[in-house]
Structure formats: C-alpha cells, structure tokens
Design a protein around this ligand. Structure first.
Ligand SMILES: [Zn+2]
Ligand SMILES: [Zn+2]
Length: 406
C-alpha cells in the first residue's frame, strides 16, 4: 500500500495545473443553492471521463459518481464515500483576480469550489490505483448553504446505500496553507431556527391595561431564553441562543397586536439538542401564562452537530503528517458553533470532516462568507492528498474488518 500512497501523491502533484484550472473555472462560474445545474453537468462530464459511473438527480442538481473495481461484491467489499458540496452564496465578489466570479452577485465565498476540486483530485488519483480494495463513491451535494439543505435529498437518492465510511473537508481561512485541522468528536454545532409569533391585543399607549402587550411579552420571552441557557444547563457544555430579528409595532403611542422573534439555537451534543424544543415550548407557555399573550412557536430543526469518528480523524492526521510533517497537523481545541449539513450523513454511516488550511502568507485573513475570501491554491494539493490517502487506507482497513469503524 505504501507504493499506492506515493502514487496518489505523485498523481496529484502532476495534475496540479489542471486542478487549479478546474478550481478557477468553478470559481468564475458559481451557482446558487438548488441552481447548480452547470456545475453538476461539468462534474458529470469530468467524472465520466475518469471512468466513474455518474447518476444525476432528476432535478439536475446533485449527483453520485462511483468507481467500482472489477469483481466488486457489496457483501464482501467496502464502500468509502467522499463528499463535496456544490453551491455558492449570494455575495458580490470583491477580489480583483482574473478568476473572479462572472456571475454577478454570486460567489464561491465558502470555498466549495476548492472542495469540489479536492474531491476530484482525490478521485482522479484513486482511479489510477490498480486493484482498489473496494468502491469509491463521490457525493456531489447541492444546496449546502440553505435550509432545508440538500443532504436529505442526497440520502433519499441513495447516497449512503452500502456506504461504510464517509469523508469530507472544509476550507479554513484562519489556518495557514500547509496545515490540516483535525478534531475527534464535535467539530461543528447543531442548528435549529425558531420563529415565535407573540400575539396580543392592540390599543392606545396611554392605556396599556386595556391591551395585551406583545412587546412586553416578547421582551419577557427574550430574557427567559437568554437566562435559561446560563441557569438551567451545565456551563461546561455549550449552547447558544441568539435572537436575530425582533419585530413589532409602528408608532410611538400605540401598542401593536403582534411581535415576531426569530433566531437560532446551537449545541454540540445530541443529548443537549434534545432539550431545545421542550425548552422553547415551556418558556413560551410560561410567558403566555403570565402576560396573557398567545405565543406560537415554529421550530425548524436543521443539521445536527458533526461528531467526527475518532479512527477516521486519525487517518486524516496520519495522511497530513505523511505529506506535510508534524507541523502540518493542527488539533482543533474547540468545536465551531457554526453548522455544516455534512452531519446529516453521519446519522447513517461513520464519518469525519477535516479543515483545510487555506490562508495565504502575507495576506489579511478574510473569513468564509465574506466578499474578499480567497484561498492559497497550493492547499488543493494537500486537500486532495489527505482525502485520497485516507480513503485508500480506510478501504484497506474495512476490507480486513468490515466493523473496524463501528
Ligand atoms: Zn458556507
Ligand atoms: Zn461551506
């Protein structure tokens, strides 16, 4: 296998010009969530050319590309999935580069162009290996950036049928190029979005006793939500509630009949997350009882936390060490309170995601989802190699023992 791992490295190194071209093409032509038609079509062509079987969803966005070795038997041989997302964001790019977005107001500001390129670079290298010990399936996932996201569609499309392990990556503009970030267990938080409709009875500001004041009730509810986090849950396990929108009223001297409050709740464990809905319902009922307002809750349950499989994280670290040395591995100390819908796949198969350092030396850091985000393209080689090396080693491991990750 050592020879195969070196083969992976040399394949990727040799194809870097083409990979950078692919990334730049994708960067110039970003598409919004659920509109990734050209992106899907381009990848279909590229993967088909590599010898993968490609199946596109009937909607034309999102696809599965599969490389099945000769004599493959799903009962005997493992399948490892690589996941990339396809979509861009409604952000106007401000980078003055010749590969800047040609689609006005749309930008690959989350690095999904880099993820697609790394997955392709890895797939191309794996396709060059003789006698792969199992099957490789690349999940080309649409609509990562919106809710509801594309992960559920992909699962319904059969993305994880027969999959023994799933690997993914995400750019990290705060880590330098040449570094891979790894973390066992929680990598990102869950994401739940709430909408409270606080309904009262309107009236003159001079006579609040003739009204049921939804602004007063809404403020009580906001306070109840924020104090519950610190008073009712163990402070050592994070939970964040943020109200992002608080709307109601129109004039200074009238009490309105409606306040709308929307926000998000994030946790990094499934146990803690189970408390979200009962907590919101209970606090709303309590405030309704004490103020007389009627409070309706609409809770959208988004992605769970990403809980990385320890053995797979070990494979990422091993791969990063092999190609970048000890200083190429960064142990991420704390989970991110952001979320990523890769976590949905982990309900069905063991998996892990690593962070790809993309910061350019000497350039200011521009975070994900900002108009000046860009990457050091040398990171594409590292991302491709870590994915391909880990995939190959995991295939071998699972070929020896199908339960190695469970
Ligand atoms: Zn994003
Ligand atoms: Zn992203």
């Amino acid at each position: 296998m050592i020879d195969d791992l070196h083969r992976i490295d040399s394949e990727i190194t040799a194809r870097m010009t083409d990979l950078v071209d692919l990334r730049r093409h994708l960067h110039r032509n970003p598409e919004l969530s659920r509109k990734e038609f050209k992106t899907t079509a381009l990848l279909r062509e590229r993967y088909t050319h590599l010898g993968f079987d490609v199946r596109v969803r009937s909607q034309g966005t999102g696809a599965l590309a599969e490389l099945t070795p000769h004599g493959f038997d799903p009962k005997k041989h493992p399948t490892v999935a690589l996941r990339t997302d396809l979509d861009a964001l409604p952000i106007a790019e401000e980078n003055e580069v010749d590969y800047r977005s040609q689609n006005d107001g749309v930008m690959h500001a989350c690095g999904h162009d880099v993820h697609m390129t790394c997955a392709f670079g890895a797939a191309q290298a794996l396709a060059a290996i003789d006698h792969l010990p199992g099957r490789i399936r690349v999940l080309l996932q649409h609509a990562e950036e919106i809710a509801p996201s594309g992960a559920a569609d992909m699962i319904a499309f059969g993305a994880l049928d027969g999959v023994d392990a799933i690997l993914g990556l995400h750019c990290d503009p705060q880590l330098p190029e040449g570094v891979i970030g790894v973390r066992e267990g929680a990598l990102t938080a869950s994401f739940d979005r709430f909408i409270f409709k606080v309904k009262g009875v309107s009236g003159h500001g001079a006579r609040p006793h003739h009204t049921i004041d939804p602004i007063f009730a809404g403020v009580q509810l906001a306070n109840a939500l924020y104090s519950a986090v610190s008073r009712r849950f163990d402070a050592r396990e994070p939970m964040v509630i943020s109200i992002g929108e608080f709307r109601g009223g129109a004039v200074p001297n009238a009490i309105p009949d409606l306040v709308t409050m929307t926000g998000t709740v994030r946790t990094v464990s499934k146990d803690r997350r189970q408390h979200v809905r009962p907590l919101l319902e209970q606090l709303a009922a309590g405030v309704a009882a004490t103020t007389g307002a009627t409070i309706e809750l609409d809770l959208y349950e988004g992605a769970p936390p990403i809980l990385n499989n320890a053995a797979l994280v070990g494979e990422f670290a091993e791969a990063a060490r092999a190609i970048l040395g000890d200083e190429g591995v960064y142990e991420i100390p704390l989970p991110s309170m952001g979320s990523e819908d890769f976590s949905n796949f982990l309900d069905h198969a063991p998996g892990a995601m690593f962070r790809l350092g993309t910061a350019k030396a000497g350039r200011d850091v521009h975070l994900l989802h900002t108009p000046l985000f860009d990457v050091d393209e040398r990171a594409i080689a590292h991302g491709s190699k870590v994915l391909a090396r880990a995939a190959l080693r995991v295939l071998h491991k699972l070929a020896d023992d199908r339960d190695a990750l469970r």
